[in-house]
Design a protein around this ligand. Structure first.
Ligand code: MRU
Length: 348
């Protein structure tokens, strides 16, 4: 067991190429895909080869390096021309995680500054985005774990772990740190319908690092809270509006309502790259709707009555008033409001 319980990673840059651990195939098999251009990276994000807000941003950043490689090879004297199309394609891959747009903006700013061959600068910037994310997760791990009482039980939702980030994880970073420090005694994870991020990914990465994990159907969460076995719900986020409303995996809002009813505390762990100060409140956050077949079938086989339709929004918005703490790498915001979030100094 490693001292920090952080042996999982899902994004690698090697030999001038981007490699992604195919999360659609976990936990059954560990298959790495090699990506050679930006359209392939955009497809990988849309199809959930890679998922989780920070991981999507990091992937897009490396994909901009792939885009420049391709444009330079195709037209060395006029490489900038084709870049916009690739950047737009990446931006259209998924709508909710603001980290995608944040990372693309950083790469655009870097592009604007280069005068000759851009590859070195772009790769440095993508690597910086990746490394800063890991450092932020470690810091948030410490800050979030410090909020927990001794030997408590926690419940998490979806996968906000090493697989969803550059490494270590946001919510699972706090769980890793809290477990290592002996503050957490019991970890529960919602299976997270319909894509089963909890059952397939969270359980896989925590067990991989020696942290025992108990799965439950998310319908069992209120019953669990009533039993007194969890003191904190700990989740990640895809986008936090300026007033502290939090978009995260569908079902997060129900957990927050249930947590408040049962006196269970609710913690959101997210780097400042997830905070969108340009969106005043949660009503402005675009919510992705995915293919109804993700609900109507399982493992490629139909499970619903023939003729049934399905509604598949994959994120929801938890109002700020239901959140006890937002943990960022720049500090903890308790009972978030627009004024308190503004004090973090995140750019608009
Ligand atoms: O649809 P997904 O799997 O990309 O959704 C992921 C989540 O909702 C995570 O909780 C969020 O991105 C935070 S990841 C650190």
């Amino acid at each position: 067991m490693t001292p920090h319980q952080d042996s999982v990673s899902a994004i690698e840059w090697k030999n001038e190429r981007l490699f992604l651990l195919d999360q659609r195939r976990l936990p059954r098999e560990e298959v790495w895909l090699e990506l050679r251009d930006a359209p392939a990276a955009a497809d990988a994000i849309r199809d959930m080869v890679v998922r989780g807000a920070p991981a999507i941003g990091i992937t897009a950043a490396y994909a901009v390096v792939l885009a420049a490689q391709r444009q330079l090879a195709a037209s060395p004297g006029d490489w900038r021309k084709g870049m916009d199309e690739d950047l737009q394609r990446l931006a259209q891959s998924r709508p909710t995680a603001v980290n995608l747009f944040w990372a693309l903006d950083r790469m655009r700013r870097c592009l604007a500054q280069v005068t000759d061959n851009p590859l070195g600068s772009l790769l440095d910037e993508a690597r910086a985005i990746h490394q800063e994310d890991i450092a932020a997760n470690r810091r948030m791990g410490e800050l979030g774990a410090a909020l927990l009482p001794e030997r408590c039980g926690v419940l998490t939702h979806c996968n906000a772990g090493a697989l969803a980030t550059g490494g270590y994880g946001t919510a699972l970073g706090v769980i890793r740190s809290g477990w290592t420090a002996g503050r957490i005694d019991k970890v529960f994870a919602d299976e997270t319908r319909p894509w089963l991020q909890g059952a397939r990914l969270t359980a896989w990465e925590l067990i991989h690092d020696g942290i025992p994990t108990t799965l439950l159907a998310e319908g069992a969460a209120a019953h669990l809270m009533k039993s007194g076995r969890v003191q904190w719900v700990i989740v990640g986020s895809d986008r936090i509006a300026a007033n502290g409303d939090v978009a995260n995996k569908i079902g997060t809002y129900s957990l927050a309502v249930n947590a408040r009813h049962h006196g269970v505390k609710f913690m959101v762990v997210a780097p400042t790259s997830t905070i969108d100060m340009a969106t005043p409140d949660g009503s402005g956050i675009p919510i992705e709707n995915r293919d109804p077949n993700e609900l109507l079938s399982f493992d490629g086989r139909p499970i619903a009555a023939a003729g049934a339709d399905a509604w598949n929004p994959v994120f929801d918005v938890t109002p700020a008033e239901l959140i006890d703490a937002i943990v960022t790498e720049k500090g903890v915001v308790e009972r978030p409001t627009t004024e308190k979030l503004a004090r973090l100094g995140v750019g608009q």
